[in-house]
Design a protein around this ligand. Structure first.
Ligand SMILES: NC(=O)c1ccc[n+]([C@@H]2O[C@H](COP(=O)([O-])OP(=O)(O)OC[C@H]3O[C@@H](n4cnc5c(N)ncnc54)[C@H](OP(=O)(O)O)[C@@H]3O)[C@@H](O)[C@H]2O)c1
Length: 329
């Protein structure tokens, strides 16, 4: 099975690398820096499992989308703002019936791909774990969880299983996407804090910020009658009250949430630190867009969206009390 990766960054590099290490033929579209890492042999490390060294010959990598022409599955792993360009690059290349799976965060990427790629079978997937690059050539899975995908991804499941990344095939991916989005509302808070995820979530006022953003989204989703999948140990409705608990109680009840690699940050934090555009418009912005469709407002998520845009122009680290005051003021 030849699998393509469009956007060989953290997620594309890690998942594509694991698929190659598991025996799949993998072709990646990526930048020269990743091509150098692949040429030296990617090293994939894991919070939970053994390290894997991927020999250079196991992956082909280029910047020419035509190299994905023979693939029966293409994983789209660019940031959400780059989806239209990725789709335009794939449109003249992919054969009829090619499965195209978005592994991106945010709402709307599958629709953009489906519109631009009428010959393809577009599938939705979510990656619940974080990938970081502690040094060039090394990609590390820093949190745990199983990749979820539309049931139509069934024929691709053996390649993922061989890579040690078994797919959870779901009939309710729309609800799963919204469940993931609720978690990703923390990306903006993490980016604004400037802290690793574990240190940020250990602070009650940052958790209160997240609780505000999630509660606002949950109210809107209920008004829209959009089901939300439970992706963690708690039903989505119970997460905001738990986030608001005092630190010692939170650690006792929800200590699992803090079991994160100490260096891990959200990818939005990495983007902000590097001065790159972020995905905030596709995450907190998706809640604002939902509110607009319902003729309602989403002031907390609108404020977080604006603060991330501001932080890109004028870098600033927010302490937890100041950020909470911004969201409640
Ligand atoms: N990182 C995580 O832990 C994580 C976890 C779960 C989900 N996600 C989601 O997965 C998606 C990808 O995130 P990521 O962190 O892997 O992003 P990333 O590291 O920025 O990877 C995307 C890569 O694709 C490259 N790219 C974009 N357009 C290209 C083109 N036309 N030709 C060649 N290369 C191109 C980008 O290069 P340039 O930057 O130079 O454009 C970048 O190297 C996002 O939606 C993110 O929210 C990420």
């Amino acid at each position: 099975m030849k699998i393509g990766v469009f956007g060989a960054g953290l997620i594309g590099g890690f998942i594509g690398g694991r698929l190659a290490a598991g025996g799949a033929s993998v072709a990646m579209i990526g930048r020269p820096a990743m091509a150098d890492s692949v040429a030296r042999g990617l090293r994939l490390t894991d919070l939970e499992g053994p390290d894997r060294q991927v020999p250079p010959e196991a992956i082909t990598i280029s910047q020419d989308p035509a190299d994905l022409a023979e693939c029966c599955l293409v994983l789209v792993c660019v940031k959400s703002a780059q989806t239209p360009q990725a789709a335009a690059a794939l449109a003249p290349v992919l054969a009829a019936g090619t499965r195209v799976m978005t592994l991106q965060n945010g709402i709307g990427n599958a629709e953009v791909l489906a519109t631009a790629l009428p010959q393809a079978r577009v599938l939705r997937g979510i990656v619940p774990f974080n990938v970081v690059s502690p040094e060039p050539g090394v990609l590390r899975r820093a949190t745990s969880g199983q990749i979820m995908a539309d049931r139509d991804a069934g024929p691709c499941a053996p390649a993922f299983a061989a890579a040690g990344l078994p797919l959870d095939l779901r009939p309710d991916m729309e609800a799963v996407m919204w469940g993931k989005l609720l978690m990703n509302l923390n990306n903006a808070i993490n980016a604004l804090s400037g802290l690793p995820l574990r240190d940020e979530l250990a602070q009650r006022d940052f958790r209160r910020c997240l609780a505000l953003a999630q509660a606002e989204a949950l109210d809107l989703l209920a008004a829209a009658r959009q089901p939300v999948a439970r992706l963690g140990p708690l039903p989505p409705r119970l997460v905001p009250p738990v986030l608001r608990l005092p630190d010692p109680l939170f650690r006792r009840i929800a200590g699992r949430m803090l079991r994160i690699d100490p260096a891990a940050r959200s990818s939005m934090a990495e983007d902000l630190a590097a001065g790159r555009p972020t995905e905030v418009d596709f995450l907190n912005g998706a809640v604002v867009a939902l509110a607009r469709r319902l003729n309602r407002q989403a002031p907390v998520n609108a404020r977080l969206t604006a603060l991330v845009h501001q932080a890109l122009a004028h870098p600033r680290r927010w302490d937890s009390a100041s950020l909470l005051a911004q969201l409640t003021g």
